[in-house]
Design a protein around this ligand. Sequence first.
Ligand SMILES: *Cc1c(COP(=O)(O)O)cnc(C)c1O
Length: 226
Amino acid sequence: MDIRGNLNRVRDRIVKAAGRVGRSPESVDLVCVTKTVGPEAIREAVANGVSIIGENRLQDACRKKELLAEIDVRWDMIGHLQRNKINSALEVFSFIHSVDSLKLAEAIGTRSLQRGRTMSVLLEVNVFGEESKFGLSPAKLEEEIEGICLVEGIKVQGLMTMAPWYDNAEDTRPGFAKLRELGEEIRARKVPGFDFRHLSMGMSNDFEVAVEEGATLVRIGSAIFT
Ligand SMILES: *Cc1c(COP(=O)(O)O)cnc(C)c1O
C-alpha cells in the first residue's frame, strides 16, 4: 500500500475539484476512513498529515484507539450508532456524522450532559431515495429538524449523506446538490440551534463531485488504503 502517495493524489484531486467551482481547498477536510485497516496503516496515514479518522463500528474504533493511544487525532463516528452503546461511543468519538432520529439525538444529548460536555453532530439524510437505506428522509428531516436542534447536549453542525454505488460518479450529483439545498433552506429559516458548518458527503468513488457540490468533510477509505 502506497499510503503516502495515495493521500497525495487524493489531496490533489480535492484541490482541483475545489478549484473548478471557486472554493478554497482549505474548506474541505479529509476524514480518513480506516475501517478496513489496522493500527500500522493508521499510524502511517497520520504520519502523512491525516488528522481525522472515521470509523463506522464502535468496537473496532475502541480497539484501534487503544492501540494508538499515543497519536493525537480526532475520531469520528460515521456509521449507524445504537442507542444502547452511546456511553462508549462518547468515550471514543468527538464528532458523530450519523444521527438519524430525534430519539438518538436525545440519547446522545442526555449522556453528553451527564459528562459535562456537548457533542457535535450531523444529521444523516437519505437524499438518494430507495437506493440507500440509512438516514432521515428529506420529509422526516423537515418534520424533526426543529425538535432535534433544540436537544440540549448536542450541537447540530450540518448534514451528512451516503450515496449508493453508481458506475458513473456524476449520477451522485443531484443527491449531493439536494443535501446542500436542504442545509441552506434550514439555515434560511433560521431554525434555532442549527449551526450550519458542514456537509459530510463524498467517498472514494464520488468525492470530487461532492466537493464541487459543497462538501466540507469527505470520507475516504479505499482510495487511500489500496
Ligand atoms: C466505508 C465508508 C466510507 C468510505 O468509503 P470508501 O469507498 O472506502 O472511500 C465513507 N462513509 C461511510 C459511512 C462508510 O461506511
